[in-house]
Design a protein around this ligand. Structure first.
Ligand code: NAD
Length: 348
């Protein structure tokens, strides 16, 4: 089937596109290659989708020789990868006109919205931008779904909507009225708006609450990636708080399996609106995370403690019974194994 993936050049998006293509789908990917982190990393992600990581440097060198700017490079990327089963469009999901042209031309059957500004801490400084991208972007897509009669949508939500929930593990039926960062607020808003579009226009929708995703191609701003780089380069590891905060780390391959399960569920059922946790249902403290990395790299990190950051929750911990029951979600990669895979990937 023809699936439109927004944020398709990002960390989770590129893994998802890879799997969807392997399974014979047509993938329309949209990404504005924003500067939240280096846009070249996202180009590299696309090369990895096609198992052409080795060709990436060659491609970039050629672009540099021609002295192309970012926009021109990305137009070249669009052309380079354009084929029957895959297209990458360098566009912004907030841009109604350009997005409509893509919807008109491509007529996707299902939308998976992973595009957005991620990250809790930067959202405190850049609240307006987060609201603009994450909420306006999503509404723009929903309006196009309405206009082009697209009835199946998956939206990336986040464990951060639980705020500092005291009851663990977090269940979908828990009260989520108390987010503690603008980022989390945008994700909660998209859950609310998603239900409204489902109710008004019969759009079947699943909102997936991802719990701290890690693995190959993980964003460079995320802790595991940062810490491994710091150890390798003999730099300081900044540990916020006393190391007791804990996260339910979820391997990206398991997340992709959960998204695929959601696609199947949407295709088999009508009148769907579901919110589903995708976690590993196992917590790892910050201290344990650091010691696992040290063990696997066989090198001690230079850890320095800093005050806890506002916006950061103390713990995330997913109850995944609903995901197991509805979408046959079955996370398989343990934390240590996932970190080992990341380290191996980052060495080459
Ligand atoms: N990684 C996690 O641990 C995690 C946890 C919970 C939720 N999420 C959500 O999952 C989604 C994917 O996250 P990720 O970790 O892969 O992040 P990412 O930053 O690697 O991917 C997001 C992609 O969206 C693109 N993008 C941003 N604004 C855009 C816009 N206006 N138009 C088009 N594209 C745009 C970016 O260029 C990027 O490639 C995000 O919505 C994020 O909030 C991620």
């Amino acid at each position: 089937m023809k699936i439109l993936v927004t944020g398709g050049a990002g960390f989770i998006g590129s893994h998802l596109c890879e799997r969807l293509l392997e399974e014979g789908n047509k993938v329309i990917s949209i990404d504005n290659f924003d500067d939240f982190y280096d846009f070249r990393i996202k180009i590299k992600n696309i090369f990895e989708i096609f198992k052409k990581k080795d060709k990436y440097s060659e491609f970039l060198e050629e672009m540099e020789k021609k002295s192309l700017d970012k926009k021109e490079i990305l137009r070249e990327v669009e052309k380079f990868f354009y084929c029957d089963s895959y297209r990458i469009y360098y566009e912004d999901i907030r841009d109604s006109e350009s997005m409509e042209k893509i919807f008109q031309k491509e007529r996707p059957e299902l939308i998976i919205n992973l595009a957005g500004l991620a990250g809790v801490r930067p959202s405190i400084e850049r609240a307006k931008e987060y609201i603009d991208v994450n909420i306006q972007g999503f509404i723009n897509l929903l309006e196009l779904c309405k206009k082009y009669n697209i009835k199946k949508v998956i939206q990336a939500s986040s464990s951060s909507v639980y705020g500092n929930n005291k009851k663990v593990p977090f269940e979908e039926s828990d009260n989520v009225d108390f987010q503690i960062s603008p980022y989390a607020g945008t994700k909660k808003s998209c859950e609310v708006l998603g239900y409204i579009y489902h109710h008004l226009y019969n759009i079947d929708m699943i909102q997936l609450r991802f719990f701290t995703v890690f693995g190959e191609r993980q964003r460079p701003d995320l802790a595991i990636h940062k810490f491994i780089k710091a150890i390798r380069e003999d730099k300081e590891i900044q540990m916020y708080g006393d190391g007791s905060s804990a996260r339910d780390y979820t391997y990206v391959g398991d997340i992709v399996q959960g998204i695929e399960g959601s696609i199947n569920y949407l295709l088999k059922n009508k009148e769907v609106y579901e919110i589903i946790n995708l976690g590993n249902s196992n917590t790892i403290s910050l201290k344990e995370m650091i010691s696992t990395i040290e063990k696997l790299m066989d090198k001690k990190g230079n850890v320095k403690e800093y005050p806890k950051q506002s916006g950061d929750v103390d713990i995330t911990f997913a109850n995944i019974n609903k995901a197991r029951r509805l979408i046959n979600y079955d996370p398989k990669t343990e934390f240590e194994e996932g970190v080992r895979k990341f380290i191996r990937w980052s060495e080459i």
